[in-house]
Design a protein around this ligand. Structure first.
Ligand SMILES: Cc1cc2nc3c(=O)[nH]c(=O)nc-3n(C[C@H](O)[C@H](O)[C@H](O)COP(=O)(O)OP(=O)(O)OC[C@H]3O[C@@H](n4cnc5c(N)ncnc54)[C@H](O)[C@@H]3O)c2cc1C
Length: 366
């Protein structure tokens, strides 16, 4: 007999969990506090980088698992979500070599390019001392992907309820009680908490071993560019040509070429932030673009804000304690994995162990 599973949060992770659980025949209700396509969490906008390349083989393997699931989601929903435009990583040799080694060990292609070769192939992008090209990377359409997860979940019978906030969660023996702002109370066989930056507050006192999470407001910008959709995604690793500690990511999208610093924004409360754009940070990205992105119009940036929920080691939390399954701490690099994160949640609820690396518990060492 199917169980009733409640999912709290309709961002990328909760929506993916709803899809996988409903596809396995569970009765699923997803509660999302805001309207469809809202821009107050972490999953909105027209683009996210997809890539297999990580220096750590664990994440390469996870991204390899995510790729066919994105394609399955496209097939189930008829939506176009993922463009493999390739990616260029550039900067210090130790950064690009570590990526090349991890991809090669996994049997995945990549090759080095000189800055001149990069300029010949992508005149809009100027590369630092050395570059690595890897073709199995590119652009996910973020808004479309979240809508697709929810559409697929709905096609499998899930109820997707927007504008409903979960105000109380309580463990009742092997089950959990979920209360909404409409004073609706539901007893669920299991609850998936995928509340993004709201997760630490929502889970307070309910699970043990949740690592501390830093909530920051990040601020990428889009620059106009004539051929934005043809761009590879890119990461300019801190070092050679950048100030110490700085790193820049970017990619082409429907809104132009996006570029941002990774995880440098101010700490905020997700319920009380003014979402005001920091003009000094925009200027720093304009200065970056003037030097390294000759193909964009660096004089016309459009900034947007978004939340990171970052753990001390930037590893995710994907684990179950009793009736509660936690999907959290995606540390500004989770979107590409969303298609497999929901599957891991469904596995946990089905009784299978999760990845030990992402377990709740004492500080993790690796
Ligand atoms: C600027 C930026 C750029 C990024 N770039 C990349 C990238 O290129 N590649 C990549 O892989 N990743 C990237 N990421 C990271 C990725 O987008 C996030 O890891 C991912 O979107 C997190 O999704 P989530 O579902 O955990 O959180 P969210 O999208 O925030 O979803 C959580 C949802 O829970 C809802 N909620 C919270 N509390 C309640 C409640 N009590 N009741 C009901 N609903 C509730 C919220 O309203 C929200 O919709 C980026 C993130 C940002 C901010």
């Amino acid at each position: 007999m199917s169980r009733h599973i409640v999912v709290v949060g309709g961002g990328a992770m909760g929506s993916s969990a709803a899809w996988h659980l409903a596809a396995r025949g569970e009765r699923v209700t997803l509660f999302e506090q805001f309207t469809p396509g809202h821009d107050r969490g972490s999953s909105h906008g027209s683009s996210r980088i997809f890539r297999l390349a990580y220096p750590d083989p664990f994440y390469v393997t996870l991204a390899v698992r995510a790729l066919p699931l994105w394609r399955r989601l496209e097939e189930e929903t008829g939506r176009h979500l993922l463009d493999l435009t390739g990616a260029v990583d550039h900067g210090p040799a130790e950064a690009t070599t570590a990526l090349h080694d991890a991809l090669t060990a996994a049997g995945r292609p990549s090759h080095f390019l000189t800055p001149t070769q990069v300029a010949e192939r992508w005149p809009g992008l100027r590369a630092d001392t050395g570059a690595l090209f890897h073709p199995e990377a590119g652009r996910l359409h973020a808004d479309e992907a979240v809508a697709a997860f929810q559409q697929a979940a709905w096609q499998h019978g899930a109820r997707i309820r927007h504008g409903v906030k979960v105000t109380r969660l309580a463990v009742r023996g092997e089950r959990a009680e979920v209360v909404t702002d409409g004073e609706e109370a539901v007893i669920a066989d299991a609850v998936v908490v995928a509340a993004g930056s709201w997760t630490p507050g929502r889970l307070s006192g309910l699970v043990t071993g949740l690592p501390p999470m830093r909530i920051t407001q990040e601020q990428p910008v889009h620059f106009p560019a004539p051929d934005a959709l043809g761009w590879p995604s890119f990461i300019h690793h801190g070092g050679a040509g950048l100030p110490p500690g700085a790193g820049v990511y970017g990619l082409g999208s429907n809104d132009g070429v996006k570029a941002g610093f990774h995880g440098v924004g101010p700490v905020v409360d997700p319920d009380h932030r003014d979402r005001r754009v920091d003009d000094r940070a925009v200027v720093r990205l304009q200065e970056y673009a003037a030097r390294w992105l000759p193909g964009v119009d660096h004089t016309a940036p459009v900034a947007t804000t978004c939340l990171y929920t970052t753990t001390p080691d930037q590893d995710f939390v994907i684990d179950r304690q009793g009736p509660l399954t936690v999907l959290a701490g995606f540390s500004g690099h989770g979107f590409k994995f969303a298609s497999v994160v929901g599957l891991l949640a469904a596995d946990l609820i089905g009784g299978a162990p999760g990845p030990g690396r992402f377990a709740l518990g004492p500080p993790r060492a690796h």
